[in-house]
Design a protein around this ligand. Structure first.
Ligand code: FAD
Ligand code: DLZ
Ligand code: SF4
Length: 507
């Protein structure tokens, strides 16, 4: 008899240890533990989602004939950690054999390796790219870029392929996908699931134990089981996928969701698989319901980006998350937690994050991420923030996105240049600037948009590293063309702003 470990983000029967276990002989072990709930101070909605989904998955396994040893958080004998729970169950059952799916995070992979038990680790075969295929692809490449990986995955999977060629003759339709959006009362908001009795009990528990964490507990409307997650997928494909591509980069103060999928929490928990999500998008495209720019843009996020960041996380080992290539060391400003800033864009993203445990990609990358990078915030603190505040946050996906794509802390493993922009980009893609105390057109002076000042300060202070980068040459040419007096004023105003930031003064 083996103990079959099922972690909170491994809620899928068709993969890993569960797919290889023996229902008549083995015992499934699931445990709600304080270590996992507090290794960062997760948003309460994330904790509710994980614990409610775990409880309902355990019930579904039992209904299917599995024996499940489930430890609730408030069980008096709860050992407090995954390793402790396995040891306790092993002793009680008189076995030393454990079958586990490879945990997503290095932290837990190490904890399993350190156990004095015979642990067999199965691959997490929910992913579309097996680890050996990624390692093969990466080997010998000087740079491992997503776009090259994505093309290999398109050919390998057959998604949006016309024989050996990409459907409609192009691999990437991003140039069609940069339209700003308008408020639209007819745009369907995400489906709101009414909490079931199991979820209600978890909400009460989380309010009691984690009420002090950043984030609203209610209203809680995420799906917490496979059925609900499938409904979300169907809703998205029917009502949002057709416009997904066109408005992918747009941001609106009154609509945090636009045409985004809100599927990452379910994909990352195992309630949906990347294959079925890509299949649904491909089928809608083939039926003529979805244009190529949206189908391609969406499938690229899953088949490309999601698989690629998993591969990068696995390949680069536990040290990846500790990198700080640009030597940034300023503390994360308090307004990332309390939203107390006059920058309308940052305030809106922090507030919706507090309310929904959600922000879409461009909000994460070009608002909160962009500001942290321009202002030189310690990437370790930025990493902790992103890992805590989003319902879909797990280190394997969050760290490459935050430290690699957003903060350039990996020195360019993931991106060929840092994602920095002045306020002009935010103004083009959003309606935030209209309601802002700062003026996006002002480049200097007391009302100047902080993104404008910090953008030039960033380029100037990192000149030695970036001015030979061909993708940044144009930025440096523009900077160099400014007259010297103006450059000095910009830098002086930027320094004053950074001093205010360091002193914790409102900005
Ligand atoms: P959509 O915009 O509708 O995209 C569809 C799906 O594609 C998503 O559900 C997701 O599974 C996948 N996807 C899209 N972009 C990425 C990406 N860059 N990397 C991996 N998958 C992607 N995503 C997470 O799942 N967890 C994280 O912790 C996370 N942290 C991030 C931190 C930063 C700083 C940035 C810039 C991005 C981060 N992302 C993360 C990627 C992306 O922002 C989210 O996947 C997306 O916003 C989730 O919302 P959605 O489901 O509505 O996605
Ligand atoms: C995120 C999370 C939380 C909040 N709680 C639990 C838990 O109590 N038990 C559990 O098995 N998993 C939990 N998780 C998910 C784990 O943190 C996740 O499996 C690891 O981070 C590996 O990716
Ligand atoms: Fe953000 Fe600057 Fe626009 Fe204000 S003016 S919303 S700070 S980009």
């Amino acid at each position: 008899m083996s103990l079959v470990l099922v972690l909170g983000d491994q809620l899928n029967r068709g993969a890993g240890a569960l797919a290889r276990a023996d229902r008549d002989r083995d015992l499934v072990v699931m445990a709600e533990v304080m270590d996992e709930a507090t290794y960062v101070r997760h948003h309460p909605k994330k904790i509710i989602l994980v614990l409610a989904a775990m409880r309902k998955f355990a019930e579904a396994l039992r209904a299917d004939g599995w024996r499940v040893a489930y430890t609730p958080l408030d069980d008096a004998d709860n050992a407090g950690s995954i390793a402790g729970e396995l040891l306790r169950r092993a002793e009680a059952e008189g076995t030393d054999r454990v079958l586990a799916t490879q945990p997503g995070e290095w932290r837990l992979r190490q904890a399993l390796a350190d156990l004095p038990l015979k642990v067999t680790v199965c691959p997490d075969d929910r992913f579309l790219c097996p680890p050996e295929v990624f390692a093969d692809w990466a080997e010998g490449r000087k740079v491992q870029r997503m776009e090259h990986f994505y093309r290999m995955m398109r050919k390998r999977s057959g998604y949006l392929m016309d024989g050996d060629d990409p459907a409609c003759g192009q691999w990437n339709f991003d140039h069609d996908n940069r339209k700003p959006a308008r408020d639209d009362l007819l745009r369907k908001p995400p489906r709101r699931h009414r909490p079931c009795a199991v979820t209600e009990a978890v909400i009460a528990l989380v309010k009691d134990r984690f009420g002090g964490h950043f984030g609203a507990t209610e209203p809680f409307w995420f799906a917490t089981d496979r059925q609900g997650a499938l409904e979300c997928l169907r809703d998205f494909v029917a009502h949002h996928l057709p416009e997904f591509g066109t408005y992918q980069d747009a941001m609106l103060a009154n609509d945090p969701f636009l045409h985004h999928a809100l599927l990452a929490p379910y994909l990352n928990l195992g309630l949906l698989t990347p294959a079925e999500v890509c299949d649904a998008a491909q089928a809608a495209y083939e039926a003529g319901d979805v244009p190529i720019n949206s189908a391609e843009g969406f499938i690229r996020q899953i088949l490309g980006w999601r698989e690629y960041v998993r591969g990068i996380y696995d390949l680069h080992g536990p040290g990846y998350a500790a990198q700080n290539a640009l030597g940034h060391d300023r503390d994360l400003p308090g307004f990332y937690w309390d939203g107390q800033t006059d920058m309308a864009c940052v305030k809106a993203v922090v507030e919706q994050t507090r309310e929904h445990a959600y922000a879409h990609h461009i909000q994460r990358l070009m608002v909160t991420g962009n500001f942290a990078l321009l202002a030189g915030i310690d990437p370790g603190q930025v990493h902790d923030w992103y890992l805590s505040v989003y319902a879909d946050a797990y280190e394997w996906v969050e760290a490459p996105n935050t430290l690699g794509m957003s903060q350039f802390a990996d020195g360019g493993t993931l991106g060929s240049k840092p994602y920095v922009s002045s306020g002009a980009y935010i103004d083009r893609m959003s309606d935030y600037c209209r309601g802002c105390a700062y003026k996006v057109k002002d480049k200097t002076g007391p009302d100047a948009c902080p993104f404008n000042l910090l953008y030039w300060h960033f380029l100037d202070r990192h000149r030695a590293r970036f001015d030979k980068n061909p993708r940044m040459a144009q930025m440096y040419r523009t900077w160099d063309r400014m007259d010297e007096g103006r450059r000095e004023t910009v830098l002086k105003d930027a320094r004053a702003l950074l001093t205010r930031l360091t002193k914790g003064q409102r900005m």
